[in-house]
Design a protein around this ligand. Structure first.
Ligand SMILES: NC(=O)c1ccc[n+]([C@@H]2O[C@H](COP(=O)([O-])OP(=O)(O)OC[C@H]3O[C@@H](n4cnc5c(N)ncnc54)[C@H](O)[C@@H]3O)[C@@H](O)[C@H]2O)c1
Length: 320
């Protein structure tokens, strides 16, 4: 089936950024949340992503020219022009408007029968996701594909009582999807092979602002692939901070300078969200019943005191 029209349910940090990718690739997208104010916040977030990318790309050629000149190379005007042409922005104000024009805010499912593919990106909560999946299965065509962006929940369970679990699957994006290309494609127990093939094919043709997306097929295990490796690292960094092994800044510096991490684990936990990090490690602990996934008590205290990271201004670091 050719995917032409797409919907995204949940216009929070991930849903809005995922909708942006689809619109950037030329698709018409319905963006749904619980009420119009929430959808409009998502639309604002998308505009901000695009404006940020516009600025980033416009500044790229001057940064590259400055970088070369600091090496002592004197560039001619022709050489500078060649760099400007090579790094020319693929975004313009007009293109931004066109992309925004493809995103339609909605607050109900009345237009979902025309949709070929839906991505669910609501709260990481089994009951909420099950309810949304049920609504989607009631309102979408039988052959529409429904994927979830869950970080840690079982697709087999989320889609356990919908009418077409063969067309349901996980498509797990990474934050921020407009620069990180990976999508984990995770079939549930009843997902059809054709659905996996269609999703692998669809995502390998999509682009974000840095290049092609990279779908990878992953077996359904708690944490899938990346989070099963990454979240225990973030959790361990929090445990070590709590034990007083080193200051937060030193833990991050150590992993950047000693292990080549592009970001420190505590900085990354702040970016992912302390609540999301805590939820994933808790789920790994429960599902595998293994002490190596024991959640950090510091993470728990931070969630309890609403220190959730960048999204609300305070986590391991302050963002005020
Ligand atoms: N934040 C990350 O780094 C990240 C990365 C990968 C995957 N995820 C996953 O993506 C999903 C969304 O995460 P997020 O960080 O964008 O969360 P978020 O809290 O920013 O956004 C969730 C949105 O879902 C909306 N919502 C809740 N119930 C709804 C319903 N019944 N109908 C319509 N909208 C509803 C909320 O109003 C909110 O706007 C979660 O499953 C999360 O695990 C998050």
């Amino acid at each position: 089936m050719e995917i032409k029209k797409i919907a995204v349910v949940g216009s929070g940090s991930m849903g809005s950024a995922i909708a942006e990718i689809f619109a950037f690739n030329g698709f018409e997208v319905l963006l749904k949340d619980q009420n119009i104010d929430l959808v409009n916040s998502g639309i604002k977030r998308i505009k901000k992503i695009l404006q940020g990318q516009l600025l980033f790309q416009e500044g790229r050629s001057s940064k590259e020219i400055a970088r070369i000149e600091t090496l002592g190379v004197v560039l001619s005007e022709e050489q500078k022009e060649a760099i400007r042409t090579k790094l020319k922005s693929h975004l313009t104000e007009r293109k931004v408007e066109e992309i925004m024009g493809r995103i339609k805010p909605v607050v109900d499912y009345s237009q979902f029968e025309n949709v070929d593919y839906v991505v669910e990106a609501v709260f990481e909560n089994m009951d909420v996701k099950k309810a949304v999946m049920k609504d989607l299965s009631d309102h979408c065509r039988e052959n529409a594909i429904i994927s979830t962006n869950t970080s840690s929940l079982s697709i087999t369970k989320i889609s356990s009582f919908i009418s077409n679990p063969e067309r349901s699957i996980v498509t797990h994006f990474f934050n921020p999807p407009y620069t990180l290309p990976l999508v984990e494609i995770v079939p549930g127990m009843r997902t059809a092979d054709a659905t996996v093939r269609e999703m692998m094919e669809f995502y390998s043709k999509l682009k974000n602002h840095r290049g092609f997306m990279k779908p990878i097929k992953v077996k359904e295990v708690p944490g899938f692939l990346v989070n099963r490796i990454l979240v225990p690292v973030l959790n361990e960094a929090a445990i070590m901070l709590d034990e007083g092994v080193a200051e937060a800044g030193d833990i991050d510096t150590a992993m950047k300078l000693g292990a080549g991490f592009p970001m420190g684990p505590l900085e990354l936990a702040d970016m992912v969200g302390i609540d999301v990090t805590f939820d994933v490690i808790r789920i790994l602990y429960e599902e595998y019943a293994d002490q190596k996934y024991r959640p950090s008590l510091l993470l728990k205290r931070m969630v309890d005191s609403n220190k959730l990271g960048i999204k609300n201004g305070e986590g391991f670091y302050s963002y005020h």
